[in-house]
Design a protein around this ligand. Sequence first.
Ligand code: SF4
Ligand code: SF4
Length: 107
Amino acid sequence: MTYVVIDNCIRCKYTDCVEVCPVDCFHEGPNFLVIDPEECIDCTLCEPECPAEAIVAEDDLPADQEQFLELNAELAKVWPVITEKKDSPPDAADWDGVPDKLQYLER
Ligand code: SF4
Ligand code: SF4
């Protein structure tokens, strides 16, 4: 199993999650983070750290978020690892909770 970053991280990217990961699973894109499913050890530490509730276990993925499993795996191969928290976008709070943000994903 793995943990998966889902839609609500897009344009929020608070990065609270990255510092707790013991195996440096998180990879950073322009406005989204993903988890490398080949590295994730299912330790659960990151899930409660996300203020946007945008991290879920693979087995708990809502039906409308299933595409994020493949998207995390795909983008983790091309985006660099992030291990230190950084400032979130200035408008992150405005985007928290906005539905269907996949259309805004920058690669
Ligand atoms: S804490 Fe949540 S919103 Fe922030 S980068 Fe991590 S997964 Fe995305
Ligand atoms: S569950 Fe653990 S290993 Fe997997 S991404 Fe989260 S913190 Fe990292």
